[in-house]
Write a protein of this length. Structure first.
Length: 76
C-alpha cells in the first residue's frame, strides 16, 4: 500500500494488508492499523491501468482528501 502526498512523492504504508467494508466505511488495513478510512458513498476507486492494483480516493476522518494505492502483490 502506498500514499501520495502533496509533494507528489509516494510513501509505502505497508507490505501486507487488506481492504474491507466496515459499516458505512471502506477501510484499508496494513498489519494491525487502519491506514485509510472514508465513507463508501464518497469513495472513488478504480483499477490501475497495469491491472496490478487499485487507487482509492476519499475524504478521511480528518476532513482531508486522501488517496491510497493498494497493489494486489507487493512490488516495492
Amino acid at each position: 500500500m502506498t500514499a501520495r502526498g502533496e509533494d507528489n512523492v509516494d510513501t509505502v504504508l505497508g507490505k501486507d494488508g487488506f481492504i474491507l467494508i466496515k459499516g458505512t466505511d471502506i477501510v484499508v488495513v496494513c498489519g494491525t492499523r487502519d491506514v485509510f478510512r472514508c465513507n463508501v458513498s464518497e469513495a472513488e476507486a478504480g483499477e490501475l491501468l497495469s491491472g496490478d492494483g487499485v487507487l482509492i480516493t476519499g475524504t478521511g476522518q480528518d476532513g482531508m482528501k486522501q488517496s491510497v494505492v493498494a497493489y494486489y502483490t507487493y512490488r516495492w
